[in-house]
Write a new protein. Structure first.
Length: 234
């Protein structure tokens, strides 16, 4: 069973920062997950929420700020004062750090409905870095997944279930030619795992931070778990 470092080693360093990604690699992570948004000047950046409130800001929205404005914010001190120098990284910086060292699970938080043209910019960057084999793009925004598939037939896709009925999800996954169904721990039942495997899909579960729970999912033949602790199964 694959362990995917969720937002980097986010149990040990501030999530979605270069510090968290470096630490995940140091701890031997073979795969990492992170979240992508887009700034007002069209930079692809790594942060979970659409604003800065949860990481120490006052609610400033990512789409309303330029990259020079965004990179002034300290997004590490909320976790620990040792990380006061951490800033929101660009996707290019994460590629510089981790490409060829780990499989990269790129969660697109919103498509063009919120961030016009983001799908095309993401595909362009992945192509330019020759990262198609190393990247899996996932999203709860299934319209964005269809836009990505139309732009790049070779792109690896993961389908985040959310509130979509399972029958509809499987139909869309087939149309998308996605490789995985990604579920929360509460959604991951034996029936759903078997149904995914019968269709030739991987079944990935988030967010698993307890070793006994991880072992339970391994026994259920889950293909991978997202965890804040890359050393969880060692």
């Amino acid at each position: 069973m694959q362990l995917i470092a969720h937002r980097g080693a986010s149990g040990l360093a501030p999530e979605n920062t270069l510090a968290a990604f470096r630490l995940a690699l140091e701890l031997g992570a073979s795969a990492m997950e992170f979240d992508v948004h887009q700034t007002a000047d069209k930079e692809l950046v790594i942060i979970h929420d659409e604003d800065l409130k949860r990481v120490g800001g006052r609610g400033e929205r990512i789409r309303d700020m330029t990259w020079p404005e965004l990179c002034r914010f300290d997004v590490g001190s909320w976790f620990d004062a040792r990380f006061c120098a951490e800033r929101v990284p660009r996707l290019e910086e994460v590629f510089d750090l981790a490409l060829r060292k780990a499989e990269l699970h790129v969660e697109l938080k919103c498509g063009s409905r919120v961030y016009p043209g983001i799908e095309g910019r993401l595909v362009q960057l992945i192509r330019s870095r020759r990262a198609l084999p190393a990247c899996v793009v996932s999203s709860f925004d299934h319209k964005a997944l269809f836009a990505l598939r139309a732009l790049e037939p070779r792109l690896r896709l993961g389908y985040l279930l959310g509130d979509t009925p399972l029958d509809q999800a499987f139909q869309e996954i087939e149309e998308l030619k996605a490789e995985s169904l990604n579920l929360s721990g509460k959604q991951a039942s034996a029936v759903r795992i078997s149904a995914a495997h019968r269709r030739g899909l991987k079944l990935l579960v988030y967010t698993v931070n307890d070793a006994p729970e991880a072992r339970r999912f391994a026994k259920m033949r889950v293909d991978g778990v997202f965890s804040n602790f890359p050393e969880l199964l060692k």
